[in-house]
Ligand binder design. Structure first.
Ligand SMILES: Cc1cc2nc3c(=O)[nH]c(=O)nc-3n(C[C@H](O)[C@H](O)[C@H](O)COP(=O)(O)O)c2cc1C
Length: 312
């Protein structure tokens, strides 16, 4: 992340905002022709910008943004040094929000940075910071949140910061009431007090590739999807089609568990699709997300159609 210069008053303001522990960033939706949109490699002129952190001066920058490599070593971090990250690092993280690409760019998203006193719930990973994600509740919004926030999960991991998706905990009422959008999920993050990365792919506890796809000749895209994190590691995804047209499906939860897993599995689908998309970009391919009616009407038994990923 290369930055330029801004008058000192601006960096002072950034520090003050970070110390307040609550920076709110609205990612303004872009108007597109239809729901399914191409995801460009770099932000265009219309991409939302966070101007007050865009041009900070003088400090160390978070440079390492190799998300593709990080896919093969990331892991959930649940033990944190509770000392808050410095204001500059927090500002960099907030600035990175404007670089997150949506899957559906007509869905309004809001992310807030909060501290531990602002979150509660069972199985909360105690961390110095949390990102709270809110969204408009349009078709595909949960998958869209998974797709976007996984880019942040990888960005943090690539930069030596641990993180963990938090499906169970919730923000306090005050934080919930601070947005007009629906609360979706939290991401805990901070300086790790446990190992940040896996040493090899064999450490991932994941289904074999043959269980999550029947596509031949696209392992370089599907292996990264296989390694994606999912709620309770359920890996409810299945990919079929061919190397150029990949249909993504989500395994249905049983009647009894649907109320618990439906929402989380939709978010998890977005995460796996994010890994696939990052891999495609890494190999120089363009990606388009479309709705393929035939694939939608011919879902494998026990699965729901999510999206078709065109690789060009
Ligand atoms: C949508 C979602 C919700 C999750 N919720 C929790 C949670 O509430 N608590 C937790 O400790 N881990 C949670 N996780 C982390 C998963 O348990 C973890 O990603 C999975 O077991 C795979 O392990 P890994 O991330 O280390 O590869 C969640 C992950 C996802 C994707």
């Amino acid at each position: 992340m290369k930055e330029g210069h801004l008058p000192p008053i601006c960096s002072k303001r950034i520090r003050t905002l970070c110390q307040m522990g609550l920076i709110v960033v609205s990612l303004i939706p872009l108007v597109v022709k239809d729901v399914f949109a191409d995801v460009p490699t770099s932000g265009g002129a219309s991409r939302p910008q966070i101007l007050f952190v865009k041009n900070m001066q003088g400090n160390e920058m978070i440079e390492n943004t190799n998300l593709y490599e990080t896919i093969f070593k990331r892991k959930s971090v649940r033990e944190y040094d509770l000392t808050p990250l410095d204001g500059h690092t927090l500002a960099e993280i907030m600035a990175h929000m404007s670089a997150l690409k949506p899957m559906y760019d007509d869905i309004k998203i809001e992310m807030k940075l909060v501290s531990q006193k602002d979150v509660k719930g069972l199985l909360l990973a105690k961390a110095p910071h949390y990102l709270v994600v809110f969204s408009e509740t349009k078709d595909g919004y949960l998958t869209n949140v998974g797709f976007m926030l996984q880019q942040m999960d990888l960005f943090l991991s690539a930069n030596g910061i641990g993180s963990c998706w938090q499906g169970m905990p919730k923000p306090t009422k005050e934080i919930l009431n601070s947005s007009k959008l629906e609360f979706v999920i939290l991401l805990a993050f901070g300086k790790p007090k446990e190992r940040l990365h896996r040493e090899s792919v064999s450490e991932f506890q994941r289904k074999p590739l043959g269980e999550i796809t029947d596509i031949k000749g696209a392992d370089e895209l599907l292996e990264p999807a296989r390694l994606a994190p999912s709620a309770m590691n359920r890996q409810q995804w299945f990919f079929t089609g061919n190397a150029n047209t990949i249909h993504a499906y989500r395994a249905n939860s049983s009647f009894l568990t649907a109320f618990m897993f439906e929402k989380m599995s939709k978010i998890s689908m977005g995460i796996a699709i994010c890994h696939l998309w990052i891999a495609a970009k890494h190999f120089g391919k363009e990606v388009e997300f479309i709705c393929d009616k035939e694939a939608q009407n011919n879902a494998p038994a026990g699965h729901d159609y999510v999206v078709t990923i065109k690789i060009k």
